[in-house]
Design a protein around this ligand. Structure first.
Ligand code: CTP
Length: 411
């Protein structure tokens, strides 16, 4: 899918720079033409000879060649590239990109690039978790940069956590998928999409509540993907990872913490939306009574009386128009297929996305997911384990094809 594509690879000074060699190979194997820009520090981690040999082009580091004075024009590099992939991207480079610093060729090319830019961060877990890095990554996202999130695992420091650069295969797949998608650009222009995300929060008293482990990552990945394809997107969120809140540019976010609030918000907003994706983990039960003060400890055990919540997806299923596409999720631990198909039927969904907690790397809080999509028309599509942003692209592809069919039928 990268045949004939021109890819500019930016390499910065990180231990993960050795993976850039593999990444360049993956791009070349997929038919791309590759040029490499490295920072001065990157050369300490991987030799220009390796990068030049693999990319079949000289590696560019300085603004001009000190030997012969030849000018390495960042403007023409930025114009040449169909994609600019900065991998690994250190915390330092990310910070400079976020604030527009242009003190090396890699950064000036970023500011000049008119193509999509992909950034694969690589750093120690504490650097990645630092609020300053979080702010910078958020700003890059707002600027339209595609962030390929790092994995969790063993780091060069010997510590273990999130910060290890994503594997070259996954980065190459991410970039290919971007170009492979028939909907890149504004195919969903004029369409309105509603996505629910996160877990609901059901109050018990003034200080306590019941919730679940949903992080909202899948919902936000979907919202970002729909937006990227031109749709007008609203996210109705329960409790989500705080780093997600406000992380997507051009998206309306509505906070609706309890199942009841979420139900009201969704039913109000749904009327004029073309696609509704119920990615939130909505509580099935909520305390029958909410104590206005703090419940006091007693000598005996206590029991909490729970009442059923409204099934929002099912209520939408009853009123949806023939051209509206309703997508649900099913997170199962056993009898996965039967349960998912049952939910699709009961809730009158057009499609259900199943993930099983038995699959490693699938489900809550992970950055990856492994899904099977069941469509109302009987089609089934099984996917491999992928990052949530790639999973989002698969779900959006499928949703859009259902929308196109529904619109054709109603004509
Ligand atoms: N859902 C909903 N309202 C609820 C519960 C679930 O809209 N009160 C939606 C979810 O957002 C999801 C789908 O229905 O898209 C399936 O959710 P799930 O919790 O798996 O299904 P339940 O019907 O609650 O079944 P169970 O808890 O028994 O698995």
């Amino acid at each position: 899918m990268l045949k004939g594509k021109k890819i500019l690879v930016g390499v910065t000074g990180s231990i993960a720079a050795y993976k850039s060699a593999m990444l360049i190979r993956r791009f070349i194997e997929r038919g791309a033409e590759v040029k490499v820009i490295a920072t001065a520090l990157a050369k300490q981690f991987i030799t220009p000879l390796t990068l030049a040999t693999l990319s079949k082009n000289p590696v560019l580091v300085e603004f001009f060649d000190p030997e012969n004075g030849q000018w390495n024009s960042h403007v023409s590099l930025g114009m040449w590239a169909d994609a600019y992939v900065i991998a690994p991207a250190t915390a330092n480079t990310i910070a400079k990109m976020a604030s527009g610093v242009a003190d090396n060729l890699l950064l000036t090319a970023y500011l000049s690039a008119r193509c999509p830019v992909f950034v694969a961060p690589a750093m120690d877990l504490d650097m990645y978790a630092h609020p300053a890095t979080g702010r910078n990554i958020k700003r890059l996202r707002e600027d339209g940069v595609h962030i390929i999130e790092p994995e969790s695992g063993e780091l060069a420091s010997g510590l273990s956590g999130k910060g290890r650069m994503e594997e070259p295969d996954v980065i190459a797949e991410h970039v290919s998928d971007y170009f492979a998608s028939p909907y890149v650009g504004d195919d969903l222009w004029g369409k309105k999409v509603l996505v629910t995300a996160g877990g609901t929060v059901e109050p018990i008293d003034a200080v306590r509540y019941i919730t679940n482990r949903s992080s909202g990552k899948m919902g936000y990945a979907l919202a970002g993907e729909f937006r990227r394809r031109g749709a007008t997107v609203t996210v109705i969120r329960g409790a989500v990872d705080p780093r997600l809140t406000g992380s997507l540019e051009g998206i309306t976010e509505i906070s609706a913490l309890s199942a009841e609030e979420m139900g009201r918000a969704v039913m109000t907003a749904a009327v004029d939306h073309d696609i509704i994706v119920m990615a939130a983990a909505v509580a099935d039960y909520t305390p029958a009574e909410v104590s206005p003060g703090k419940l006091k400890k007693k000598d005996d055990d206590m029991s909490l009386h729970l009442k059923k919540t409204r099934d929002i997806a099912a209520d939408l299923g009853k009123i949806k128009k023939p051209t509206q596409i309703l997508v649900g999720f099913a997170l199962e631990t056993d009898n996965e297929e039967t349960n998912a198909l049952g939910k699709m039927e009961r809730k009158n969904l057009d499609m259900i996305v199943l993930n099983s907690l038995r699959d490693k790397g699938a489900g809550f809080a992970c950055d990856t997911n492994k899904i099977t999509i069941y469509r109302r028309d009987g089609e089934v599509r099984r996917f491999d384990l992928k990052s949530k942003s790639l999973v989002a692209a698969d779900i959006v592809d499928e949703t859009v094809s259902l929308l196109v069919e529904a619109e054709r039928r109603s004509r």
